[in-house]
Ligand binder design. Structure first.
Ligand code: UDP
Length: 364
């Protein structure tokens, strides 16, 4: 006798595949972890121009239990970029991190920045239109606001004068994507304006490990504490801020990572308003340089060897985000604060200290 009832169903679940450019970089690698945690499949494209790429891929495998396919392709090579799209017809979305990122370097070598940051974006957009990929998340930066006097900055705060060629490539990238999305009604993009990313994955397996020696505040603090630097400088204490040092919005890299996942879900679920939408990704609070140092000292009990130095050229006195829009529309909530940043950055610094192969290999 045949059993009564519907035939058994075969359930095949297909994860959505996301192409991550710059997947072995600082924010890219942490975002891959969050994407996989949230059920996405990932393909990475990274030419390892500023990462210990193979080691980062190994560490990603340890954390996620997955082998991440990486194309060691230069995205300014149009034919090679096209081949990646051709090989993966089902890409649901792209997160485009890959870019040159150093402000001072960009002042010295502007053409290098325009060539790399713009050509790679144009090749990605060509791939999207030829192969029908509809969703793009772009790594932008609060540097597009320039030296804004209206604080906190809101997404509607006007774009300011770019303080460097790097910042200008981000402004131009945003404009190019906005025009692209207007011309392709099927395409939807999100421009994430990051504030000051810092901290590391809580496992101690992943953190910031560029090939270029770091000059950002949090790694400078941890390198000083571990003895890799004799002392550090506070770049100015005569600004018009509550303690005279500059105010920034330090946002934990895993919270930034999760903003990408939330932004993708927003696009894939069709909740976006169309075109290219901007979101500020910061914690929404300003922290001074001296407060950041105090937070580190309080967490570790180490008295940091710092001196007050002159102002650093090009520094804005203060910038921090209004992140209401990302909270409301993306449902994103930063879960970590400056203490979590210092705790995870300090844990990571100790890993770096015992792993010479992850150390930087050149100055900026
Ligand atoms: N800063 C500092 N000493 C350092 C590095 C940075 O006082 O060795 C200050 C810098 O002047 C700025 C803040 O820390 O006010 C954040 O600088 P960072 O380079 O981390 O990021 P930026 O905001 O410039 O992108």
């Amino acid at each position: 006798m045949r059993p009564i009832g519907p035939p058994p169903q075969l359930h095949i679940t297909m994860n959505k595949t996301i192409l991550v450019t710059g997947g072995t970089g600082y924010i890219g690698s942490h975002t891959i972890v969050d994407l996989i945690d949230n059920g996405f499949d990932v393909i990475s494209v990274d030419n390892f121009s500023n990462s210990h790429g193979e080691q980062i891929l190994e560490r990603l495998a340890q954390i996620t239990g997955r082998t991440i396919l990486n194309y060691r392709t230069d995205l300014t090579d149009a034919a090679a970029t096209r081949k990646i799209f051709e090989a993966h017809p089902g890409i649901a979305g792209i997160i485009h991190f890959a870019a040159h990122i150093y402000v001072n370097d960009s002042v010295r070598h502007p053409v290098k920045y325009y060539r790399n940051n713009l050509n790679s974006l144009l090749n990605i957009l060509d791939g999207m239109s030829e192969f029908g990929v509809r969703h793009l998340i772009f790594s932008s930066s609060c540097s597009v606001y320039g030296n804004s006097s209206a604080l906190p900055v809101v997404e509607t705060t006007p774009i300011g004068k770019a303080e460097s060629p790097y910042a200008r490539t981000k402004q131009m990238g945003e404009a190019i994507i906005t025009d692209y999305a207007n011309a392709h009604p099927d395409a939807h993009a999100i421009l994430l304006r990051y504030f000051n990313p810092a901290g590391a994955h809580e496992s101690g397996l992943l953190g910031e490990a560029p090939l270029v020696k770091n000059t950002h505040l949090v790694p400078v603090i941890t390198e000083t504490a571990i003895g890799a630097r004799d002392q550090m400088y506070v770049h100015g204490d005569d600004y018009d801020t509550r303690d005279g040092s500059c105010v920034r919005d330090y946002i934990h890299v895993m919270d930034i990572a999760n903003a990408h996942t939330k932004a993708l879900q927003y696009l894939l679920e069709g909740r976006n308003q169309g075109g290219a939408e901007i979101f500020n990704i910061g914690i929404g609070q300003g922290v001074t340089v001296l407060e950041a140092i105090r937070a580190f000292e309080a967490h570790t009990g180490i008295a940091l060897n710092y001196v007050i130095g002159p102002r650093r050229e090009g520094d804005a006195a203060a910038i921090y985000a209004d992140n209401t829009k990302a909270r409301k529309l993306l449902g994103w909530t930063p879960k970590r604060d400056i203490r979590d940043i210092m705790a995870s950055a300090w844990q990571w610094e100790q890993v770096l200290h015992h792993t010479p192969s992850l150390q930087p290999v050149r100055e900026e």
